[in-house]
Design a protein around this ligand. Structure first.
Ligand SMILES: *[C@@H]1O[C@H](CO)[C@@H](O)[C@H](O)[C@H]1NC(C)=O
Ligand SMILES: *[C@@H]1O[C@H](CO)[C@@H](O)[C@H](O)[C@H]1NC(C)=O
Ligand SMILES: *[C@@H]1O[C@H](CO)[C@@H](O)[C@H](O)[C@H]1NC(C)=O
Ligand SMILES: *[C@@H]1O[C@H](CO)[C@@H](O)[C@H](O)[C@H]1NC(C)=O
Ligand SMILES: *[C@@H]1O[C@H](CO)[C@@H](O)[C@H](O)[C@H]1NC(C)=O
Ligand SMILES: *[C@@H]1O[C@H](CO)[C@@H](O)[C@H](O)[C@H]1NC(C)=O
Ligand SMILES: *[C@@H]1O[C@H](CO)[C@@H](O)[C@H](O)[C@H]1NC(C)=O
Length: 586
């Protein structure tokens, strides 16, 4: 205890303290150990976006089928000489059958395809990287200056070493150095997740003089793990601890960058706990699932490109183009005409359009519960609010503000179907989630709700974090049990772990807690089924929770408990259809 005191005092007096404490001593503290137990990789869509030729199913990126690719795009000749109508179709087929990449038996001629091998080898797993255009005999080398572990991992996988590279350096004896004109070397740039170098972009730059040639030491069964301070990747490879959380995919499966409490210099930390290279910040492509790498970008000027000759198609541009063809979902963005009124805080009455996803569920004469419009004809609510057998008794009131004096925007919808989560437990309130399908008007194809806007459905539990501010709303009772007739809303903070308040009744994976320090803002009886909505950095609103339960409304030691909607993304999409709620990787 004494030591801690001393450190604290020093920290208050020395501004250098932060610098020293983030250097060598606290290496391991950058990594979130609990998160590591999930064994996240580049295929974990709770943490990262899938490739555009993949889709996210139950937290894992899986290959799209070719027909699930966007129709748009230009035809391509693949590295193995086959023609495909679009790059996405090619990649989806290669994703399904990776071995097809190596069948060089097609007939079309694309722009260069490189084949990799090693020269000046010490062993089969290490040497200088040599590449050759598949249909030519001339061999060439790769320039050292732009060669990094990112490319080295791909080269090793290409050579059959599944765990990628151990190092980009080695002692190689170039025996006929005089014959190598290193100014002829080519540059290669990979994203790091490719399995062959042929999937990367090759360029040639006009540079003079000796450049040095890229070499590689691939990781094999015999590679000894670093003695101390090592980090074990999900693919089994060991890397130096100091290479974790530095924005560089050293592991090759990205597992060293996905569970980070902090990121080392040279990298940017996404709110979701992922480190990305600094050059991905403000590069025009969203890399963080939380979107925070592409905001406040005014100061970032685009770096002028060196004069380069493209030797292959620009694979990165192709990938980005597919993304631009993917359908975009519109949700969670309020009508700008209402945006100005947003800054009210604390149990305030709402105006028309302030909460365009909020609905009221009327059962007989009274409003018993709230609900959330998520698009199409679908309303999300709490299971304890509804019963399957009573579907035709319910009414969904949209755009309602005051139910004693209804506003003109109010629309009353009837209910076609009630779906309650099959594992809902009325005793414990586990899986307290249900869907209502509204009836379409006869002769209408869709539900038409001109004044409603769907809230986005979160697909990852990492989109929001404890202490984020979110909004709870409803027609529920006041603290003193007084009835409320007009829609009210208030700001609450997400609370990390509610076990300390509700010990054995709180289920971390399925439930979320939120409240204020003094308990002044809370959900109460009658708010059930209504939304806890959180807004991301781009002001897009997500339905993060459904008001579920809590004790003694408005007391600090009894925060409100919500159904954690992100945990039910697949359940919801199964019932309403993926296209309705999938913002990414449909
Ligand atoms: C290439 O080889 C594969 C597998 O042997 C075969 O299925 C395919 O038809 C071949 N394609 C051409 C164009 O020969
Ligand atoms: C690629 O290189 C490997 C090793 O040098 C060789 O066995 C293979 O035939 C080459 N493939 C093509 C298409 O040139
Ligand atoms: C896709 O192609 C269609 C028809 O050629 C065109 O109307 C549409 O704008 C294209 N979509 C995108 C995103 O480029
Ligand atoms: C609900 O949970 C309680 C406590 O775990 C259990 O005893 C009960 O059987 C569960 N009920 C249902 C319907 O699953
Ligand atoms: C958005 O506001 C405009 C102008 O007030 C209105 O015409 C339009 O219907 C509104 N749209 C929605 C979805 O509320
Ligand atoms: C939450 O608290 C419970 C009990 O105190 C503990 O078992 C659990 O690991 C905690 N979870 C987190 C994420 O800290
Ligand atoms: C989000 O809304 C706030 C407050 O209205 C505004 O200051 C900010 O610029 C908005 N951010 C974006 C990315 O639109």
């Amino acid at each position: 205890m004494k030591c801690i005191h001393i450190v604290l005092l020093l920290c208050f007096h020395l501004s250098l303290c932060k610098l020293t404490s983030t250097s060598d001593t606290s290496q391991e503290d950058l990594v979130d150990k609990k998160c590591l137990m999930n064994k996240y990789t580049h295929l974990s869509c709770n943490k990262v976006f899938c490739q555009p030729w993949q889709r996210c199913i139950e937290g894992t990126c899986v290959c799209k089928l070719p027909y699930q690719c966007p129709k748009n795009g230009t035809s391509v000749c693949s590295t193995n000489g086959k023609n495909y109508p679009t790059y996405c179709k090619q990649k989806s087929l290669e994703c399904i059958r990776p071995e097809s990449k190596f069948l060089h038996n097609g007939t079309c001629r694309g722009k260069g395809s490189f084949n990799v091998s090693l020269k000046y080898k010490n062993k089969d797993s290490e040497g200088i990287v040599e590449v050759k255009l598949v249909d030519q005999d001339k061999k060439t080398f790769i320039c050292k200056s732009t060669w990094s572990i990112t490319e080295a991992n791909v080269a090793c996988r290409d050579l059959g070493f599944q765990q990628g590279a151990f190092d980009t350096h080695g002692r190689f004896y170039i025996t006929d150095e005089l014959h190598i004109n290193s100014a002829d070397c080519v540059h290669v740039r990979c994203r790091g997740l490719e399995t062959t170098l042929a999937e990367c972009t090759f360029t040639k730059r006009r540079t003079k003089g000796y450049q040095g040639l890229a070499g590689v030491v691939c990781y094999t069964q015999d590679t000894a793990p670093p003695e101390k301070e090592s980090f074990q990747c999900v693919n089994g490879k060991y890397i130096l601890q100091k290479k974790a959380c530095d924005g560089v995919n050293d592991c090759g499966d990205l597992s060293d960058e996905l569970c980070c409490k902090e990121c080392r210099s040279g990298s940017f930390r996404c709110k979701s706990g992922v480190c990305i290279p600094n050059q991905y910040k403000c590069n025009g492509e969203v890399d963080c699932i939380t979107g925070d790498d592409e905001v406040n970008c005014e100061d970032f000027a685009t770096v002028a490109q060196e004069e380069t000759e493209m030797l292959t198609a620009d694979m990165d541009a192709e990938r980005k183009q597919i993304k631009s063809f993917l359908p975009k979902l519109s949700c969670g963005i309020k009508n700008s005409s209402h945006a100005r009124r947003k800054r009210v805080v604390g149990g305030k009455p709402a105006g028309v359009g302030d909460l365009p996803w909020q609905v009221a569920i009327k059962d007989g004469k009274e409003i018993k519960c709230g609900g959330i419009y998520i698009g199409g004809c679908w309303i999300l609510t709490a299971a304890h609010c509804v019963r399957v057998s009573k579907a035709r008794h319910y009414q969904v009131w949209t755009s309602l503000v005051d139910w004693i004096r209804p506003n003109s925007e109010l629309l009353v919808e009837t209910v076609n179907k009630v779906i309650i989560h099959e594992k809902y437990n009325g005793t414990t309130y586990e899986n307290d989630i249900a869907l209502l399908e509204m009836k379409k008007f006869s002769n209408h194809k869709e539900c038409e709700l001109p004044n409603s806007i769907p809230a986005c459905v979160p697909w990852s539990p990492y989109l929001f974090q404890p202490n984020d501010k979110c909004i709870v709303s409803g027609w529920g009772r006041e603290k003193d049990n007084q009835k409320v007739y007009s829609l009210r809303w208030g700001e609450v903070n997400l609370i990390g772990n509610c076990s300390k308040f509700y010990s054995n009744r709180y289920f971390e994976k399925e439930m979320e807690c939120a409240g204020t320090k003094d308990g002044s803002i809370d959900a109460c009886k009658g708010d059930s089924g209504g939304p806890l909505v959180c807004m991301d950095i781009n002001n897009v609103s997500y339905v993060w929770g459904i008001v579920s339960w809590g004790e003694n409304c408005g007391e600090p030691e009894f925060p409100g408990v919500y159904t954690k909607v992100a945990n039910y993304f697949d359940w919801i999409s199964y019932h309403v259809g993926r296209a309705l709620i999938s913002q990414h990787n449909i």
